[in-house]
Ligand binder design. Structure first.
Ligand SMILES: NC(=O)c1ccc[n+]([C@@H]2O[C@H](COP(=O)([O-])OP(=O)(O)OC[C@H]3O[C@@H](n4cnc5c(N)ncnc54)[C@H](O)[C@@H]3O)[C@@H](O)[C@H]2O)c1
Length: 302
């Protein structure tokens, strides 16, 4: 296949690059010959990624940037321009997950998730888009999720943030085409990173009191083990993402099945409704079976 875009010698700014998908992305893009400006709040791991890229012979700069803070973004962008100049590829990757049911989540949890997963993209566009418009070139890549294309199971703040990122990406794709700027949205399925194992979980007061935090963590970890055994490795996923970027695709996904419900919405709304019900039921039953193994009836905690 002939790709429309060559990345060699081009400049990339990426957020959340210290671990997981962002780290794999940075190393793979360095191998493509890109100059990298990698950012994260986790400075220690970021410096390790820098060293690994330098071993590969890559040109890389780091900066601490908390994506929820506009001031951090502005200063990282200034630093980027002074080191590398023109921005060719902007990857808004940083994100977090906080688990819990809608009724148990306080507004502060919503705010924390939206501040990072959604406001990161807003800050990034505000800071970098004028520069891209001036150059009439560039490519914005936003990392959403399978949870951003259909209303899967909770947690709601994560779903809300990822749906918003899809909406922003679609709107910008059409809007920026005439200015020579590409926009993509990545829709990862399930990738083996630390996002879920490091996620905070907000359990109901009753569950906390009667089951206890330690046991709940044990149950969550055993659920993660099953999920992780089926998850894709980040290196494999980013190969697919880079292919999509080179092809200037709007939607980039690593598993075709992720977009199946998205298509169903338009082609067969009733089938989609049934899909949502079945999907949620299946997940609930799987959780119920798991809790049962620990002698807990999940139905008592609804
Ligand atoms: N792993 C998956 O299965 C999966 C699925 C769908 C979507 N995603 C999305 O992929 C992206 C990357 O996630 P990952 O799985 O690599 O997670 P990860 O936890 O391994 O990496 C996320 C990185 O973001 C950084 N980060 C967190 N808060 C930040 C902040 N305020 N400012 C700057 N950096 C911050 C972390 O330090 C970390 O290095 C996220 O947007 C996530 O929602 C992941």
């Amino acid at each position: 296949m002939k790709f429309t875009k060559d990345l060699e010698g081009k400049n990339c700014f990426i957020t959340g690059a210290a671990k997981g998908i962002g780290c794999a992305f940075s190393k793979a893009l360095a191998k493509e010959g890109m100059n990298l400006f990698i950012t994260d709040i986790d400075k220690e791991n970021l410096e390790n990624v820098k060293k690994e890229i330098e071993v590969l012979g890559g040109n890389v700069y780091t900066d601490k940037c908390d994506v929820s803070r506009y001031e951090d973004f502005k200063s990282a962008a200034e630093n980027f321009h002074s080191k590398l100049g023109k921005l060719d590829l902007l990857i808004n990757n940083a994100g977090i997950a906080i688990g819990g049911n809608a009724v148990d989540l306080e507004p502060e949890v919503w705010k924390e998730v939206l501040d990072i997963n959604l406001w990161s993209v807003i800050h990034s566009i505000k800071v970098f888009l004028p520069h891209m418009l001036e150059n009439k070139s560039g490519h914005i890549v936003n990392v959403s999720s399978g949870a951003g294309v259909f209303g899967s199971i909770e947690p709601l703040p994560y779903i809300a943030s990822k749906f918003a990122v899809v909406g922003i990406s679609e709107a910008l794709f059409g809007r920026l085409h005439r200015h020579g700027i590409n926009v993509s949205v990545i829709v990862p399925s399930y990738i083996r990173t630390r996002i879920f194992s490091s996620a905070k979980i907000k359990y109901s007061k009753k569950l906390m009191e009667e089951v206890g935090e330690e046991k709940l963590r044990e149950i969550y970890n055993s659920m993660l083990q099953v999920m992780e055994s089926k998850a894709m490795l980040p290196n494999r996923a980013v190969k697919k993402y880079i292919k999509g970027i080179k092809n200037n695709q709007l939607y980039i996904y690593d598993m075709r099945a992720v977009l199946m419900p998205y298509a169903m919405k338009g082609t067969d709304p009733q089938k989609f409704e049934q899909f949502l019900i079945n999907y949620t039921e299946q997940n609930f039953n799987a959780n119920k079976d798991l809790f049962q193994k620990y002698g807990i009836n999940l139905e008592d905690y609804l």
